[in-house]
Design a protein around this ligand. Structure first.
Ligand code: TYM
Length: 335
């Protein structure tokens, strides 16, 4: 059976980008006859400094976001990465497979490191190799992600191919496919339509957080940057209007329709009409989720229990694959 794996970093709060580009699609993938494995990637989070108390809280909040959005821990394996040590172990083996030249091409590292590459952690540099381990440890075949993770999934395929080739283990690691679908694979910053919406952008007005209340969501959409022209007749006409296109894409994704259908519905409408409609739609979809997250966050022990049970199930899949990998590599194992 096809197997789906994806992960979210507990580095700050969840954004509308994480929801539309990832979590919402994970929920849609559940119950479609595939194994679904969803992870809170805490080992990835610490590639940049995380205050320990904040990390603990963010890990539970990402778990609560998954659960409140509809990830069912009986239907999917839901756990946090550090509880399954096989991730770190396979990550090390892959550090010895991946080439420096490959890592040097990773655009996310270059963006995050900026001019300060010398000051970054070694972990941030090796991040994509740990991500490859996350995926290949389960022999996952499908990886639903936002557009920004495409290069990392392609690197995962390169690592799988080189491992299989070097160790003459043809077909051992499958070639996972990135699944980048729907109208919101790259949700943009509300103040600058050329930048991605992210957890770490400097102004809170740039992003919608999954935990924002109704008034905050309405205010952020109202203040979102747009151009003065009304909505056009066709979606194609939005190609040079990144801010306008972004709001249409968000609307389409929230209402489970296509961006073309949204443009048809609102053709000729001004922002004074579209933005309040978008805000109402976002509130109606997000507020039940954020209320449920609040409720779950009041009982952290229950979240920890769910993550612990998920980790037990993850280990059952991962450990035999890790053992076979060690054997292929030539590690002596005494048990
Ligand atoms: P992270 O935590 O940055 O983001 C989690 C998921 O949300 C998507 N996403 C977006 N999608 C659309 N628009 C946006 N503005 C936006 N911002 C974030 C991301 O593409 C991602 O799917 N490296 C990963 C975590 C990871 C992972 C993995 C993913 C670790 N191991 C294995 C898949 C498989 C990351 O940093 O996600």
């Amino acid at each position: 059976t096809p197997r789906v794996f994806s992960g979210i970093k507990p580095s700050g709060g969840l954004t509308l980008g994480n929801y539309l580009g990832a979590i919402k699609r994970f929920v849609e993938t559940q119950g479609q006859g595939m194994d679904t494995i969803y992870c809170v990637v805490d080992l990835h989070a610490i590639t940049v400094w995380q205050d320990p108390a904040d990390l603990r809280n963010a890990t539970r909040e990402v778990a609560a976001g998954y659960l409140a959005s509809g990830i069912d821990p009986d239907q999917s394996v839901l756990f946090n990465q550090s509880q399954v040590s096989a991730h770190a172990e396979l990550g090390w083996l892959f550090n010895c497979v991946a080439r420096l030249g490959w890592m040097n091409r990773m655009t996310q590292f270059k963006e995050k490191a900026g001019k300060n590459a010398e000051k970054q952690s070694l972990g941030l540099y090796a991040y994509p190799s740990l991500m490859a381990a996350d995926i290949l440890l389960y022999h996952a075949t499908h990886v639903p992600v936002g557009e920004d993770q495409k290069q990392h999934v392609e690197l995962t395929r390169d690592i799988a191919a080189k491992f299989n080739h070097d160790y003459k283990a043809d077909g051992f690691f499958p070639m996972p496919e990135p699944v980048i679908e729907g109208p919101a694979t790259r949700v943009m910053n509300l103040r600058d339509g050329t930048k991605k919406m992210s957890k770490s952008g400097e102004s809170d007005m740039e992003r919608i957080n999954m935990t924002d209340d109704a008034a905050t969501i309405a205010k952020k959409f109202k203040k979102a940057r747009t151009d003065p022209a009304p909505l056009p007749e066709t979606y194609k006409e939005l190609s040079e209007r990144p801010e306008a296109r972004n709001l249409v894409d968000i609307y389409a994704s929230l209402s489970d329709t296509s961006a073309e259908a949204v443009v048809t519905e609102y053709a000729g409408a001004g922002w004074g009409q579209f933005k309040p409609a978008l805000a109402d739609l976002a509130v109606s979809k997000l507020s039940p989720i954020s209320e449920e997250m609040d409720r779950l966050m009041k009982d952290p022990a229950e979240i920890d229990r769910i993550l612990g049970k998920g980790a037990d199930r993850a280990r059952e899949i991962a450990n035999p694959i890790l053992e076979r990998t060690y054997d292929i590599v030539g590690m002596v194992r005494s048990t």
